[in-house]
Structure formats: C-alpha cells, structure tokens
Design a protein around this ligand. Sequence first.
Ligand code: FPP
Length: 249
Amino acid sequence: MVIAEPVMQLPRHVAIIMDGNGRWAKRRGLPRIEGHRRGADTVREIVRSSREIGLKALTLYAFSSQNWSRPMAEVHTLMELLRDYLVNERTEILENNIRLTTIGDESRLPDFVHGPLNELKTASAGNTGMILCLALSYGGREAIVDAAKRLAEQVQSGSMRLQDVNLLSFSEALATSMLPELDMVIRTSGEERLSNFLLWESAYAELYFTETLWPEFTRAELQAALQSFQGRERRFGLTSEQVRLRATK
Ligand code: FPP
C-alpha cells in the first residue's frame, strides 16, 4: 500500500536577513569576524537544506549598501568570506543544479570577489534546481530608484509609453524579476524590521522572526519557519471567504 506523503505547501521563494553574527561572537568574547565566519558555515548548511527541501529560490542578504560604512577590516573579512564561499562551494552548487545570481551594486565589490562570482554565475546559468540569489551591496530603496531610472530612460527614448508604466512593468524593471514571487522573509536575532531589504518584493510576503542568532540557525529552524508559513492564510487584500472560494475553484 502506498501511503501518500502529506503535501506541504512550500513557499517558492524565501529570503533571509542573516542577523546576529556580531552578537553571537560578543557573547563568547570573540571578535565580530568570528561571528561572520560561523555565519558563513550557516549559509552552507541553509543553502543545502533549502535545495533538499525543494525551495525554488533562496535570497540571502549577505551585504547591504549600508554595510560599506562598517570598519574597513570587517568589510574586508566579509568580502574574503564571500570569495571563500564561492570558491569552496562551487562544486556543491553545480552538482546540486543550483543557479547562482546576485542583486545589488556589483561594481563596488573588490576584484578578488568579481572573478569567482562571475565565473560561478556563468557556470551555473543553465541550472534549474534552485536559484540562490546573493544580495550584495544591495539596498531595497536603491533598487527601486534603479528600476525607476530604467523605466524613465525607456520613456525618454520613446521605446515605452508613460501609460505603460504600471505594477507589472515596474516589477519587470527590478533586478529581482528573474526570481519567483517572494513568499516569505525570515529574519534572525530578534530584530523585527526589513532594514532596506526587498522593499517592493515583500509587499505580500509572510514575515517570520526568530530570536536565534544567524550562526545558530539550523535546518530545523528553517523547517519551523516553513511550518509557520503553511499555517498562514494569504489574503492579498481579499476577504477570508473569497480566498476559500478561490481555493475550491
Ligand atoms: C549581520 O550580522 C550580518 C551581516 C552584515 C553579514 C552576513 C554575512 C554572512 C552571514 C557571512 C558571509 C556571507 C556569505 C554569503 C558566505 P551583524 O554583524 O549585524 O550582527 P549583530 O547585529 O549581532 O552585530
């Protein structure tokens, strides 16, 4: 007899604000960079788990536009960790059919990151198992301004009409247009804000906050977040009754 597995309603696209590396280190009397190092191990674990669980896309807030203002040594270590991640995880990413993409102002990244980043983006471009999107030198407001400029240029050049600037064309002008609709944002470390992350895209995303610091975030915690997603009713502005009616159609 075949027992049907319960069908879990998975979010297609999950984004994570990986917060709490510094506090994790401080609590142990370690330098902040040790927290980032452990945080990079968590990235490995969570990317692997997300792929195994079957997410279609995972976006990680690895470095914000504002993070450039951190002490120079910390910025440098974060860039080194990023490079090490790209180099060391190359095989794992390719073997697991993961496509690597990025959002953010890549031009500000150092050359030693550009090389392995572009190489892996190209090598993984045809992969279809899951999209891993790293937000690097990324800011949500900056991304909205970029999209507005892109559309304004098209209108100015005559290749687009002003009346065709709408929710759809705006979404398509954003760098995230290659990703599925954002279903869920997770933030670790007990802070409950978006901090300039995916501001447009999170309009109808479910938010999940946990006290756990990022270096201690595990596959089990990810599963708890997904479980919580399952229990939520997403109404997109409709009433509960309308949502239920649509589900039965
Ligand atoms: C926030 O914690 C975390 C960051 C600014 C960087 C996140 C980077 C990593 C997890 C490691 C490198 C990334 C990859 C993709 C390999 P915080 O420093 O603000 O922590 P705090 O709020 O406790 O000080």
